[in-house]
Design a protein around this ligand. Structure first.
Ligand code: UD1
Length: 433
């Protein structure tokens, strides 16, 4: 790959200068954490699918590459992806692609359901904590599948999936999705208890039902699936990205001003919005989006991450960046991933005062941060550095911006349209990582 600073150059960095106040409108894209699963769902039935409101992010292209490697035809357009699934597909998801995107584990359920076999490389993905798949495998075993692990791959086989009663130890997003996609072709009824309730789960269930599945309860703690013999292709529009919305709200907290988030869905992020209000933000939702105002410095609050409808772990880096600039001390508790504090040492390079104590971060707000060269460790950690940089003196150079490109559609363009001073530059490869 060339080091030319182009959008998909693995070596590009973002150069951010202090900006604001914001006064403008941003249109929120379709959700990364939904579209990747909707794309995997096309493995379930032969035919031509169109997915709309698709974000322009590298994870979508990577998932497209994975499906193409299995024999599907994937065509990307502006805001769309067209996928044609043939009668026969490869059932192998190779490490070369799976290693780049953990979400590719969700091909396991569809492949077993349709072909009775799957060889999926054990996933990589974001650079935080241990991310096992034991709940995915136990649930599929309860439906009759068997697994072995060989050469870094999990190999699954089943003659006929049969409906089962499954209780998840934890409301895992990925396990809920894999089990739901397997169960829709199982013989009989499957009940899955303690499932994840995220809006992206409901979005997937909606698309699967349009394909002929019979799923009820998505969005609650129990999903019931009555298996069907036949499914068919469909079209679907991706739900709005609540994580992208949260990121622009955090950017507003740094710059102050007034921001309209077109297509943001307030009812998908109520706990976070309540927290932001208690920090001093004015947030007004309506049918088409959210309008937010930040007139002055925000107050610190304490925040704990929890499965949906709690405050998502993915919001946390943005919250820590906001608290780094707020008035007072806030304690942020991480309840999902042990190691998800890597970005804190980068924020500390910018003068943030944060102490990590086990799974707590104690954040003492400063008046101003100080621009510095920093590194994006994962998608949301990268975005939080941009948020911090907006209120930092001088320039902040954020390297490894390809992590941010994995999850933020038209990030530079959208921020620039809001008057923010951000550019993509080629990274000096002589710098040591
Ligand atoms: C999804 C999101 C990710 C988000 C996470 C939690 C996508 C592409 N990614 O990830 O952005 O941070 O939900 O909201 O949608 N676990 C197990 N065994 C399993 C499965 C999970 O122990 O079999 C644990 C994980 O280690 C983690 C917790 O359960 O501690 C949550 O994981 P899960 O909800 O499965 O996250 P993902 O689906 O991987």
């Amino acid at each position: 790959m060339q080091n030319d600073g182009s959008p998909h150059d693995a070596y590009s960095s973002f150069l951010v200068r202090p900006s604001g106040p914001i006064d403008g409108t941003v249109t929120i894209s379709g959700a990364k954490n939904s579209v990747l699963k909707l794309m995997a769902a096309t493995l379930l039935a032969e035919g031509a699918y169109r997915i709309e409101n698709v974000p322009d992010i590298t994870d979508v292209y990577t998932m497209g590459e994975l499906l193409a490697s299995m024999g599907l035809t994937v065509t990307h357009g502006p805001g769309t992806v067209d996928i044609v699934c043939p009668a026969e597909c490869s059932t192998v998801a190779p490490y070369e692609i799976v290693g780049r995107i953990r979400a590719s584990i969700v091909v396991l359920g569809p492949l077993l359901a349709r072909f009775g076999e799957a060889t999926v490389a054990l996933p990589g993905g974001d650079n935080f904590g241990s991310r096992p798949i034991d709940m995915h495998l136990r649930g599929l075993e309860a439906m009759g599948a068997s697994f072995e692990t060989e050469h870094g791959n999990v190999i699954g086989r089943v003659d006929n999936l049969i409906g089962a009663e499954i209780l998840l130890d934890f409301p895992s997003v990925g396990a809920t999705e894999n089990l739901m996609m397997a169960a829709i072709r199982a013989k009989g009824i499957t009940t899955i208890d303690n499932v994840a309730r995220e809006p992206e789960i409901s979005d997937l269930a909606e698309m699967l039902n349009k394909m002929g599945a019979n799923i009820s309860g998505a969005g609650t703690s129990t999903i019931t699936i009555d298996g069907v013999e036949r499914l068919h292709a469909t079209d679907h529009t991706v739900v709005s990205d609540r994580l992208e919305s949260a990121t622009y709200l955090a950017a507003l907290a740094s710059t102050r001003g007034e921001l309209r988030l077109e297509r943001a869905r307030a009812h998908h992020m109520e706990m976070l919005l309540a927290k932001m209000r208690s920090m001093g933000m004015t947030i007004t939702p309506d049918d088409d989006g959210i309008t937010a105002i930040v007139p002055q410095r925000l107050r610190s609050v304490d925040v704990s991450t929890l499965p949906y409808p709690g405050i998502a772990t993915d919001y946390k880096p943005m919250i820590v960046a906001m608290l780094s600039l707020a008035d007072g001390v806030g304690i942020v508790t991480e309840n999902l991933y042990a190691g998800r504090f890597a970005y804190v040492s980068e924020l500390a390079r910018m003068g943030a005062q944060i102490r990590i104590d086990g799974h707590h971060a104690v954040v003492r707000g400063c008046d101003r941060l100080s621009g510095a060269p920093v590194k994006a460790h994962d998608i949301r950690a990268g975005a939080c550095l941009v948020v911090a940089a907006l209120a930092a003196d001088g320039e902040t150079l954020i390297s490894d911006a390809h992590h941010i490109d994995r999850g933020y559609s038209q990030f530079i363009e959208k921020l620039t349209a809001l008057g923010i001073d951000i550019t993509r530059v080629a990274t000096d490869r002589r710098r040591k990582d």
